[in-house]
Design a protein around this ligand. Sequence first.
Ligand code: SF4
Ligand code: SF4
Ligand code: SF4
Ligand code: FES
Length: 958
Amino acid sequence: MLETVIKRDRDLGTPARVSERLVTLTIDGQEISVPEGTSVMRAAAEAGINIPKLCATDSLEAFGSCRLCLVQIDGRRGYPASCTTPAEDGMVVYTETPKLHELRRGVMELYISDHPLDCLTCPANGDCELQDMAGVVGLRNVRYGYDGANHLNDAKDESNPYFSYDPSKCIVCNRCVRACEETQGTFALTISGKGFESRVAAGQSESFLDSECVSCGACVQACPTSTLQEKTVIMMGQAEHSVVTTCAYCGVGCGFKAEMKGQEVVRMVPWKDGQANRGHSCVKGRFAWGYTTHKERVLKPMIRKHITDPWQEVSWDEAINYAASEFRRLQAKYGRDSIGGITSSRCTNEETWLVQKLVRAAFGTNNVDTCARVCHSPTGYGLKQTLGESAGTQTFDSVMHTDVVIVMGANPSSGHPVFASRLKRRLRQGARLIVIDPRRIELVNSPHIKADYHLQVRPGTNTALLSAMAHVIATENLINEAFVAERCEAKAFNEWREFVSRPENSPEAMEEVTGVPAEAVRGAARLYATGGNGSIYYGLGVTEHSQGSTTVMAIANLAMATGNIGREGVGVNPLRGQNNVQGSCDMGSFPHELPGYRHISDNTVRAQFEADWGVTLQPEPGLRIPNMFEAALAGSFKGLYCQGEDIVQSDPNTQHVAAALAAMECIVVQDLFLNETAKYAHVFLPGSSFLEKDGTFTNAERRISRVRKVTEPRNGKADWEVTVALSNALGYPMNYTHPREIMEEIARLTPTFQGVTYEKIDRMGSVQWPCNDAAPEGTPIMHIEEFVRGKGRFMITKYVPTDERSTRKFPLLLTTGRILSQYNVGAQTRRTPNVAWHSEDLLEIHPQDAEDRGVVDGDWVGVHSRAGQTVLRATVTDRVQPGVVYTTFHFPESGANVVTTDSSDWATNCPEYKVTAVQVTRVSQPSEWQREWSRFSDIQEKLLRERARENESVLSGK
Ligand code: SF4
Ligand code: SF4
Ligand code: SF4
Ligand code: FES
């Protein structure tokens, strides 16, 4: 069902309307009932009658400009446009009459007289609505000739790396302008000029690349001609089949149709039926997939004895056997617990399941952890303590029912762009917005959106701020007493109420700590508590702190106290960073938890796994990633299997991580590229991209979606096959022939996945866990009748200042984040034309702090913390407040994590990336670490370039 011959999705002309009242009308003799507010065009389409159209499309509100969709309606004068005419009770409509035919032909004649007649060589040939409509209306001649103001000599705009704009093909239907406004929310396009002169303009008649355009592709998708066209289609022609799959970038989990020609991807088209994205996309998923065929991909397995040796290409069998024998050697010499593994939040659920199983069953230890350790582990802990389940409570669709939104420590426009577009749409409809962030993120003031409150909190004081908001809610009688009485533990609530009501938690008392004016805190708290459906969306700006878990609990407290949980439009919503962070946590990647968040010390749960897997499991939690590093430096941890993660670049205190890796004897890295971690590896197992394998990802809504193989793995094996081979070589048999069988095992052993099958996902498009006998079709909204833990539990969230405070030596606070065009460590996006938007990490510094240091825009500045020093280029901006500097971490050479420290969340060890005390000074040369990094990287790249090919042994004698 999901591999199809290419055909355009059926377009019903105008968006669906929701109304309890139905109206009944007759169209071409057929009676049809539709919700009130539905257009005549859509009513006809739902009855199977296609009215010709050009400017209408069902993802956008009708505009009524092309006049091709005229109809006749009994009792009405003239010929109204069916796209802008609402259906009414008793209406009798005719869509095909001789007069309508004549009128439509006339409209088409006008269009064609102004259009280049180069259909045969046009890239949209076969996928052009203008061409289709010419056929539909029976256009036979053009009375006005073909010499209209045809714009044939107007220059094309080729500035965007992914699509081009050819003004000669434009029919001025306005669909692109509306897509940019309604779907994307960027408002980058206008129609400039009048009559025949009118054409689409980006920004102030700038090039697309220089304009506000964020390259989401919505306008390209909406364009009915080849005016806005993907460059890959121009180059390769139309695709011939498609496969539905899921984006491998962020936690939104957008569905895409990979449109293919043989084994080549022609373009990725956002899937109209995708339940996370509803047909929208961002620049990463839509366009930045070129890394999958990048020349730097390592496609052959490689081994070496020491990291100073050249690499040796070997067969898969040799590499796997070598890794297995090294792991067994280390265990024999240093003990069972001397090795471990790291699962990937970029790999599929099935692959992650296998890696944790390999560690627990084949290695015989619980030394398994995941990169969620460094991002959302506090979410898991905090939500489990309060609500009883380590996951967000809503669907993304739910935001369309919200009245007040708190966005805290998240920048959805960059990190979760498709969700941001949906949120902006709701905000334009009138929902209110509270932003809690040290930095002025885009949402604070973007086209047609202005936050009611921007609480510009000082980094590290989130818990204090939320206690102050809770104080207002508790002391101004804004608590939803009925909800709390019915749904929450009374004792814990009373203790919490007493705690937050104390004067020391008042906004006035906390103002000194948070830097946020008390009146603004009071206003925001009142708005959230009384403004209708209140929802909270948060990100790593909440979790990556010494009190990350405490702040997550404070968020849950606020939602419970105001009754904002358990229905549409409300809830607690962690915005997950990577595509499968939720899944990697669900799949038992943490050292203390078996899949489904069940503690490893639980004898009953362990017994189920032992019976199924045929092994004895260790009852004690294993090492977390930071503990692995410490143990490596202490000499007791010697071997690591690291799948799809780049811990050297992504983890804090780079020099500490690198020293730990250098102290190990066997590091096995499975990845697409020789990343920073692989430079310390002894075995390199080539990874497969999301286009090359089957499986599932679970997004931030707990939505499990299928990843489908669209091309054969370029390295010869999908990632899950590699783990299976390694396990077999270690003597623990795994016999899966397809990821479907792994999912069957997941369902068998994980109560929340009990009802999940590939067939169900295929049938439903996706499914949200829990999916089991109690909820066979999944659970879009959680905690409806009661909390997963029974009664909700309020937790005391006392503010404890971080040790990482500004001092005379380090007077500024560094906080980090990401930007739209790059993704995480950048391994994928740096290898795409996305570098056109962002080719280096910059340090944002407030004008006042810059002036104090004699720094101007573009200067090289040294950023110095107690962990290390790096050098970046400065950008002077008041997006950050005085005393705060900000950077991204997408480029290894910038070494943002050389500066971050290993201080971490008290409960989960999630690093405190968001607060590092630093000093910034003007400098003229790279830092010592950067010089060392360049030297080491040059050597490693040389060792890769000069690798011995298969059959040329370089390992003998060492
Ligand atoms: S690509 Fe997206 S942001 Fe850019 S003009 Fe088109 S719709 Fe607007
Ligand atoms: S660029 Fe395409 S969508 Fe935009 S007005 Fe022209 S034809 Fe219509
Ligand atoms: S929003 Fe996230 S999941 Fe969707 S296309 Fe962009 S990167 Fe991919
Ligand atoms: S489709 Fe209705 S006016 Fe263009």
